[in-house]
Design a protein around this ligand. Structure first.
Ligand code: HMG
Ligand code: MG
Length: 284
């Protein structure tokens, strides 16, 4: 059976946007439950400025408190060298830099232009490589930007190629706003696939308008087999006003399983984790 990997981002992308301060021990319990569900990669920390994203300020404590399951890569966001140092100290297995295909979001999210952001990521990639830590690259706003409107496929292609050139092992394409139409996603993928093969790409769809599963279908047809998702549909981005959570992991699992792919995930444990995640969200 052909495999689709779901990259679980709930503990990071899901929780970073919660207004209520979630207890560190609750975050740890969520990650531990996700480890038992069978994910190969779980993004559970973000070493960004705590002034910008207070919810992620306890990332080092989360990384220290989780029980690491063998074979699972515990990932963290690192916007700059300071973030990378913190991630290394916390023993992150892999890190991610995150750029944008639109200027407006880049400025709002990392206080830098697209090119300034890319220039900052280069030394992060170099230093991570020296430590044997692999780096994933995100491109945000691959179809639409909350500040600049429609984003051209060529802009996405250019940023994805830069991330590849600096050594990112995989580039995750983010519909940050969650409003991308499948036709626009398809056109964007066509452009990016001229630079990177499908095996080095992932789809990262937020689900504001209920189109994420359709967009995953489009990406599957283009050969992409890795999708980021958040258990229970947690999340949103603090710098993308109006954006809803990531597509729910359990929904992606059910869809791709029905299409004949295997995910390697335990559906029962996944359901428990989804309940736990939803409880964290509603308990505001
Ligand atoms: P800045 O204010 O321009 O940075 O922020 P700075 O270098 O001038 O530093 C300002 C202060 O922050 C200094 O402290 C630094 O030490 C500190 P002060 O001297 O004022 O006390 N600082 C840090 N502290 C801890 N860890 C660090 C760090 N860096 C600086 N790593 C910066 C620039 C990039 C830091 C800031 O804009 C930032 O943290 N942005 C992150 C925003 C964010 O986390 N957004 C959500 C994640 S992205 C996302 O969700 C999209 C994604 O899911 C894909 C998709 O959906 O599209 C990935
Ligand atoms: Mg996201």
């Amino acid at each position: 059976m052909e495999r689709v990997e779901i990259f679980e981002v709930g503990p990071r992308d899901g929780l970073q946007n919660e207004a209520r301060q979630i207890a560190t021990e609750d975050k740890i319990a969520l990650v531990d439950e996700l480890s038992a569900a069978g994910f190969a990669r779980i993004e559970c920390a973000s070493f960004v400025s705590p002034k910008w994203v207070p919810q992620m300020a306890d990332s080092a404590e989360v990384m220290a408190g989780i029980v690491r399951a063998p074979g699972v890569s515990y990932a963290a966001l690192t916007p700059n060298l300071k973030g990378l140092e913190r991630a290394i100290a916390a023993k992150a297995d892999e890190v991610a830099v995150f750029g944008s295909a639109s200027e407006g979001f880049s400025k709002a999210n990392i206080n830098a232009s697209i090119d300034e952001g890319l220039a900052r990521f280069e030394p992060v990639c170099e230093a991570a490589r020296a430590k044997g830590i692999r780096v994933r690259g995100y491109v945000s706003c691959v179809v639409e930007c909350p500040y600049d409107g429609a984003v051209s496929p060529d802009a996405v292609r250019r940023v994805a190629a830069s991330l590849r050139d600096m050594g990112c092992y995989e580039v995750s394409l983010g519909d940050t706003l969650g409003r991308g139409a499948p036709e626009a996603v398809d056109a964007m993928l066509e452009a990016v696939l001229q630079e990177l093969p499908a095996e080095r790409l992932a789809g990262h769809f937020h689900d504001t308008e209920g189109r994420a599963l359709d967009n995953i279908s489009v990406a599957l047809a283009r050969g992409i087999r890795v999708f980021d998702a958040a258990v229970g549909g947690l999340g949103g981005c603090p710098y993308a006003p109006g954006a809803a959570g990531n597509v729910a992991t359990e929904a992606v699992h059910d869809m791709v399983t029905a299409l004949g792919y295997e995910t390697g995930l335990d559906r029962t444990v996944l359901a428990q984790a989804a309940m736990r995640a939803k409880g964290m969200r509603s308990a505001r």
